[in-house]
Design a binder for this molecule. Structure first.
Ligand code: G3I
Length: 454
């Protein structure tokens, strides 16, 4: 975790530089650079689970590539395997980005989840603008699946064969495929995919199907009927594009009911978005919610694992689609792991301590000044952290001398001042503050010192 440590140090140094000029210094509860000792993929592997991420193929170098390779044991191409990407003009194929991702995954011992074969979105214009008979559509569907699945035969762990087939109320979404072929386009696609690669697990993938509800029940009924008919279906993908504060309480129950049907379950596109700016409190809540999703999957043996939809906020679809929202992934835009990252690690059995999410600060101010004397005040405030005792220290830079203090016990030796809490005000709760004051002499100038908490 060399990258996160050095970027943390850079941020801390920048903070200290700016804090010193204002006479405020973060000290007690200062974040330490606790990076996880064990990559997520090793923790997940020890539990027999997938921890994956969606990736953009062109970015798989540098820090992005290092992190994707080090932390995850599965990759999903975010866009590279969609029909519009691989066959932008009819009969003209571009596999470059998809190949790059599959090659990268194989070089890093990672699974690949193919995404996605049959969808209503990101299809090429020639397909969506065409006029097709049912027979033509059926042929297009079969040929597309045979070509794409066949190209990666034996190399992919799973395919999202059909993506987002349902409306919110559980009726079928009226797409090119549904309108042209009826609901059985789903069975047809699954059958074609099995024929093209018998070793890949075949999934139906959708969003807003994480909790028990009309849409997930429609998916449940579909899978049940496909299994009864002998149509190849191995799993369901719960995308899990979640909103902070809205993780469904029935997530584990829902995963379990699919498992009980005899299919695998994968969390395929997890992110948890929030209204920006991200605050420490929101990031802490997000971490708890990431952990809850991990735990729901870990609790059900047929839940194969969790894939995040982009691992860094710099590569997330959220800000483009939901203006004003973001910070949805486990790493920030500079590849520093967020509390959510540590929460995933903890859920997977990691033993590292996440960095404290808050701090206590001391603010020095001169509240009154006269000829050769002044009154000073120091306020100690905590946010996201707390103290049970404190000591505030500083160095007077222009010969000032303390004569008297209250609400603290102060000593001065040369220019060095040290003030400890009184018996009654050592405790500073999260969100609270205490103050102490003093009288002192000055002459010439009375510059504000930097206070250190310890
Ligand atoms: O590649 C072009 C680029 O050349 C152009 O300059 C730019 C201008 O907008 O667009 C780029 O394409 C964008 C593409 O992502 C690649 O970045 C598209 O506009 C944009 O619409 C597309 O968004 C993707 C979205 O699916 C489309 O619905 C997201 O990246 C992708 O993360 C997202 O993924 C979907 C899953 O496949 C299914 N579940 C929902 C999930 C989120 O929408």
């Amino acid at each position: 975790m060399r990258t996160s440590r050095s970027s943390f140090r850079a941020r801390l140094a920048a903070f200290l530089t700016s804090a010193a000029t204002t006479g405020v210094l973060l000290a007690a509860g200062a974040p330490a650079a606790h990076a996880a000792d064990t990559p997520l993929r090793d923790l997940a592997a020890a539990k027999g689970k997938v921890i994956g991420t969606a990736v953009t193929g062109s970015k798989l170098t540098g820090t992005y590539g290092d992190t994707a390779g080090r932390e995850f044991n599965a990759l999903t191409p975010g866009n590279a395997m969609k029909w519009g990407s691989v066959e932008p003009a009819r009969g003209t194929f571009d596999w470059a980005e998809a190949d790059r991702i599959v090659d990268f995954a194989e070089a890093h011992g990672q699974q690949v989840r193919g995404h996605t074969l049959v969808w209503h979105s990101q299809n090429p214009g020639w397909l969506t603008n065409g006029t097709w008979t049912s027979a033509q559509l059926s042929r297009l569907l079969n040929d597309h699946i045979a070509t794409e699945v066949g190209r990666y035969k034996g190399r992919l762990a799973a395919w999202d064969v059909v993506n987002e087939p349902f409306n919110e109320d559980g009726t079928y979404r009226e797409t090119l495929w549904y309108n042209g072929l009826g609901a059985d386009y789903i069975a047809q696609a699954l059958t074609a995919a099995r024929a093209a690669d018998p070793s890949a697990k075949l999934y139906i993938n959708d969003y807003n199907v994480e909790g028990v509800g009309a849409k997930s029940t429609a998916l449940y009924n579909l899978v049940k009927s496909l299994k009864e008919r002998g149509v190849p279906i191995d799993g369901v993908g719960l995308q899990a594009h979640l909103i902070l504060g809205q993780v469904p309480s029935t997530l584990q129950q829902n995963i379990q009911r699919f498992a009980d049907l005899g299919v695998d379950v994968a969390i395929t596109e997890l992110d948890i978005r929030m209204q920006l700016p991200a605050t420490e409190a929101k990031l802490a809540q997000q971490a708890a919610e990431y952990k809850a999703v991990m735990n729901a999957c870990l609790a059900v043996s047929r839940c194969v694992g969790v894939t995040v939809w982009g691992f860094t906020d710099s590569d997330s679809w959220i800000p483009d689609t939901f203006p004003g929202q973001g910070a949805a992934t486990p790493y920030d835009e500079n590849y520093a792991p967020k509390p959510a990252y540590h929460a995933i690690a903890e859920a997977l059995g990691g033993t590292t301590t996440p960095p404290p999410t808050g701090a206590c600060t001391a603010t020095y101010s001169v509240t009154g000044q006269w000829d050769n004397g002044f009154t000073g005040q120091v306020r100690i405030s905590c946010s996201g952290a707390s103290l049970t005792s404190w000591k505030a220290s500083w160095t007077f830079g222009a010969g000032q001398r303390i004569s008297q203090a209250w609400n603290a016990s102060c000593t001065q030796s040369g220019a060095a001042v040290s003030c400890s809490n009184a018996s009654y005000n050592g405790s500073v709760p999260d969100g609270g503050s205490v103050t102490f004051g003093f009288n002192a002499s000055w002459s010439g100038s009375n510059p504000v010192p930097t206070v250190t908490l310890g």
